[in-house]
Design a protein around this ligand. Structure first.
Ligand SMILES: Cc1ncc(COP(=O)(O)O)c(C=O)c1O
Length: 368
């Protein structure tokens, strides 16, 4: 890609995802520091950024390894660390083939919840002369994936421990149903802790001690230590944060590292301004009937409507009277999907600006 000029945020072509690398480093240090203080490992989910630059910052801050969702992300991140978790069941020969092409030294641990995923994984690894780790996935309350009982988990772990081509390494769960402020999470966290403890005890009971118990999320980030049998957290959005983290009280406005830089293109309709960041830059993820994001420098101004290339700002609660051409930075509701809509980001590091590639982004057999 040729570097666009200029990169100065006052002049660069918009809309563009804008990243503050100093805040990224500060967030990485804080999360890694918390995890270390609580005796937990941090294995950030890189789906938030898909960037080797950001993943390197996380590893340098103390992350023990990385979590990925796709074989493509695994490929890209294997250049930085051999210690990877694929937190998504790899179904189908195309994905398995890609995983088997990872460099030999990569210690990939695969999360899955069914023997019908485990057996082809083991067979393909055997054929390729390699061994993948297996994390048996437990549904800790989200109701998305994961076995439904400790007994089912033991059955899956037992099969993984006998099949050539795989090695049972532990448990994975994701408490994605706990999306309320931390003080309201206590009962939910107790329930998750109980389910995970039952699973660990059941495995211990058959001599299959889980060396890894992988969980964690950004909404529950600072209370991760309440799940007493967990060994590592995969919190990912916390590297940039977003409106959700802010409104839950997990982060402050000064922690937001990613915004969408946009330009006011119309003020024709009274009480509104229209910017050039629409659903193709912010994503259409709604938050509690309160729009799609807000202005980082004027939090009272919300994005209340989106077309593909138009973002509609509600000026009714603000004294601000924007002019066409003015620049704004929008905090999106959900950072991961907004980043994934960008081809690359504009990154600021102090006084310097650069184009930041999102190498793990993209899907399809032609990618990579
Ligand atoms: C399986 C899994 N692990 C970890 C994460 C990271 O969670 P968060 O974005 O809340 O940090 C996610 C997020 O969707 C996930 O699906």
């Amino acid at each position: 890609m040729s570097t666009p000029t200029p990169l100065d945020p006052r002049e660069v072509e918009t809309p563009v995802g804008f990243l503050d690398l100093e805040r990224v480093r500060a967030n990485a240090q804080r999360v890694a520091g918390y995890a270390a203080a609580k005796g937990l490992g941090w294995r950030p989910h890189i789906k938030t950024h898909k960037s080797t630059v950001v993943a390197r910052i996380q590893l340098e801050a103390g992350a023990r390894g990385l979590t990925v969702a796709t074989p493509r992300e695994a490929e890209v991140m294997s250049s930085l660390t051999p210690d990877l978790v694929l937190a998504y069941p790899p179904v189908g020969p195309a994905k398995l083939e890609r995983l088997n092409r990872l460099p030999e030294h990569v210690d990939l641990k695969v999360a899955l919840d069914d023997a019908s995923v485990l057996r082809p994984l083991a067979a393909s690894a055997r054929a390729a002369g390699r061994t993948f780790g297996v994390l048996a996935e437990l549904d800790a309350g989200l109701g998305r994936v994961g076995v439904q009982s400790a007994e089912a988990l033991v059955r899956l772990a037992s099969e993984a421990s006998t099949l050539a081509g795989v090695r049972f390494r532990g448990i994975l769960f994701y408490p994605g149903h706990l999306r309320m402020p931390p003080e309201e999470q206590v009962a939910g966290l107790e329930d998750v802790a109980r389910r995970v403890r039952e699973a660990v005890d059941a495995l211990d009971g058959v001599g299959l001690h889980p060396e890894i118990v992988s969980g964690g999320s950004t909404p529950t980030l600072w209370q991760s230590h309440l799940i007493d049998t967990m060994t590592e957290i995969r919190a990912g959005s916390c590297i940039f944060f977003d409106r959700e983290g802010l409104e839950l009280g997990v982060a402050d406005l000064g922690d937001i590292a990613y915004t969408v830089l946009a330009t006011v293109v119309s003020t024709a309709v009274p009480g509104r301004a229209v910017v050039d960041a629409g659903s193709k830059a912010l994503s259409k993820e709604e938050r509690g009937g309160r729009g799609y994001g807000f202005l980082a420098d004027r939090p009272e101004v919300r994005v209340v409507g989106l077309s593909e290339e138009h973002g509609i700002l509600d000026l009714s609660g603000s004294a601000w009277s924007p002019a066409v051409g003015e620049r704004v930075r929008i905090v999106p509701n959900h950072v991961c999907v907004s980043v994934n809509l960008q081809d690359a980001l504009l990154a600021r590091d102090g006084e310097h600006y650069a184009v930041l590639a999102l190498e793990g982004r993209g899907r399809g057999p032609w990618i990579g």
